[in-house]
Design a protein. Structure first.
Length: 125
């Protein structure tokens, strides 16, 4: 199992360790090149995961709609209404879920930043 090209176990382990060291060096090199590339960009590109999901959902809905219209125009056949309902339902639910999470997080942040009525009564004394 560990013998490669007719070598011994120790020789195979040394070769694998050497390949691992080279892979680590190449990984570090790629990370440094990426950091240098980001420094050349005139803008900072950082996006939260939820915003990426929103953009992906909207893009998927637009792409599906355009594809359905083109397919219907060219083939003169309607796509399955069940499929259309499921696509819009899935991405609509995804967007509503993200909106609910955002609202809930905002509500919790606002509630935790304002002092509670118990703390106010204790302060009054």
């Amino acid at each position: 199992m560990f013998y490669r090209y007719g070598g011994s176990y120790e020789k195979t382990i040394r070769q694998l360790q050497r390949r691992q060291a080279i892979a680590k060096i190449k990984y570090e090199e790629r990370k440094l090149k990426w950091e240098i590339f980001k420094l050349h960009l005139p803008f900072l590109f950082s996006m939260k995961f939820s915003k990426g999901i929103v953009l992906l959902s909207i893009a998927a809905i637009i792409a599906y709609t355009i594809g359905a219209i083109l397919l219907q125009k060219n083939t003169m056949m309607e796509l399955s209404p069940t499929l259309t309902t499921c696509v819009y339902g899935f991405f609509g639910t995804e967007l509503l879920g993200l909106a609910g999470i955002k609202i809930w997080d905002t509500k919790l942040l606002n509630d935790s930043s304002t002092p509670s009525s118990v703390e106010k009564e204790n302060a009054d004394g």
